[in-house]
Ligand binder design. Structure first.
Ligand code: PLP
Length: 455
């Protein structure tokens, strides 16, 4: 039996942990992290770990970046807080909105700020409703999201999320959310189906769903370019162009959830550019501030803005916004983050390092435990299976993915186990080639120990 230290006991007594098996946590206690530098983080005993998940897909510039610390401190000294309600404003919010408007992959009229990816996607749901009411088509409200999608955990965004753990016993999803297939070729393709046939089938299924519901009732389609938390699902190249064509035919508002893929993660400025689709709006968060402070944003196209303008004239106010919408400290840090991305050519850096990262993933595909290895840019996943030939998964009760994560931690690497024993890897974008090799060396050792443990 593990004897838990004082820190661990205090944690167990006080903190309700997100995304944690609360019963198991009472026995194992927390991993207490104390400090970080670059891609490394250190626990309270001084042991080092590579941040193989960039925190939660977010710490793009690594720990301790002095310019970001300076930007936050300077803004805290100058104007610690100001809100954007009732027409008030401040320079950091305006400058950040200008920067995002300038770089967005889709024509953008305005930018709405939030604090998290969940709030951004909740805002998308509300804006779609608001717009269609203003446009005089109150029946056009349903939103299509995909199986295994991850769009957050607030009531509306959790409803967009397509994972059982986010719905069960929370009485979700809310009405008006429709579900379509996930473009997971390894798991979803029928026997002998080519990638092209697979994506044609998914597009046909989407069209059939819209027709069955009535196109006049379906308002929007939301998708992550590469699905993150649902298992690092990289769609076949022909998927999004076919899906986009269906959305265009039925006048659906297309939302790209760029919370993970935005700002260079896939080797392009935004994920939709790597996957070949043209959204009407994007949701961004995480790497927007390199995770140093919470901030997120939604881009608003001109047609959407015109509709909200009209509605707010009629109602008297655009009745949406958070206390911390456009927080000056968060906006200042985000602005500095975008400046560093541009100066350091972070998108080009990711594109240049991706072949080495993806070659390691391809090599792991030969490992006896790895049924499928997939990735794009600097994000990847390996799906652990009991039988490679039949793709049979392990019994979830065995917790093989969680075991691999624990071995990785012992080897000095932080990764995550997603559903179906998929281990995700998403290092800070500033990781060096030598650190990429070291990350995979630690993962190799963790996989060897996992294999040993299931034999
Ligand atoms: N959308 C995507 C694609 C995400 O990966 C996440 C979080 O991981 C969210 C939305 C929700 O963001 P948050 O946890 O900041 O609410």
């Amino acid at each position: 039996m593990t004897v838990l230290g004082n820190q661990a006991v205090r944690d167990i007594e006080t903190v309700l942990h997100p995304y944690t098996n609360l019963a198991a946590h009472r026995d194992t206690g927390p991993l207490m992290l104390e400090r970080g530098k670059g891609v490394f983080v250190y626990d309270s005993r001084g042991k080092d770990y590579i941040e193989g998940m960039a925190g939660l897909w977010c710490l793009s510039l690594g720990h301790g970046h002095e310019e970001l610390i300076e930007a936050a401190t300077a803004q805290l000294r100058k104007l610690s807080f100001a809100h954007l309600f009732n027409g008030k404003s401040h320079d950091p919010a305006v400058e950040l909105a200008e920067a995002l408007k300038g770089m967005a992959p889709t024509p953008t009229s305005k930018v709405f700020f939030c604090n998290s990816g969940s709030e951004a996607n909740d805002t998308q749901v509300k804006l779609v409703r608001y717009m269609n009411n203003a446009l005089g088509r109150p029946a056009k409200k349903k939103i299509i999201a995909r199986d295994k999608a991850y769009h957050g955990v607030t009531v509306a965004s959790a409803s967009l999320t397509g994972l059982a753990a986010n719905h069960t016993d929370f009485d979700l999803p809310i009405p008006g959310i429709l579900r379509t297939a996930c473009p997971h070729y390894y798991r979803g393709a029928q026997d002998g189906e080519s990638e092209d046939d697979f994506t044609s089938r998914l597009a046909a299924e989407l069209e059939a769903l819209i027709l069955a519901e009535g196109p006049e009732t379906v308002a929007a389609f939301i998708a992550e370019p590469v699905m993150g938390a649902g298992g690092v699902v990289v769609p076949p190249a022909s998927y999004f162009p076919k899906i986009q064509a269906v959305c265009d035919t039925y006048d659906l508002y297309v939302i790209s959830d760029e919370v993970i893929c935005g700002f260079g993660r896939l080797g392009t400025p935004f994920g939709c550019q790597a996957l070949g689709f043209r959204p009407d709006s994007i949701s961004v968060a995480k790497a927007l501030s390199s995770a140093y402070v919470p901030i997120a944003a939604v881009t608003v196209p001109e047609t959407m803005y015109e509709a909200t303008l009209e509605a707010s004239r009629r109602i008297g106010v655009f009745g949406h916004g958070f206390t911390y919408t456009g927080h000056p400290v968060a906006a200042a840090v985000a602005l500095k983050t975008l400046e560093i991305y541009a100066r350091e050519k972070i998108v080009e850096q990711v594109a240049a390092k991706a072949p080495q990262f993806l070659a390691h993933l391809r090599r792991l595909a030969d490992h006896p435990l790895v049924g499928n290895a997939r990735g794009l840019g600097l994000v990847g996943g390996i799906e652990l299976v009991a039988d490679k030939a039949t793709k049979r998964s392990f019994d979830p009760k065995l917790g093989v993915g969680a075991r691999c994560v624990r071995f990785a931690e012992e080897e000095g690497l932080i990764v995550r186990a997603l559903a179906s024993d998929t281990i995700s890897i998403c290092p800070p974008m500033i990781i060096t080639p030598a650190e990429i090799d070291e990350l995979f060396a630690r993962l190799d050792r963790a996989l060897a120990r996992t294999l040993e443990s299931v034999r």
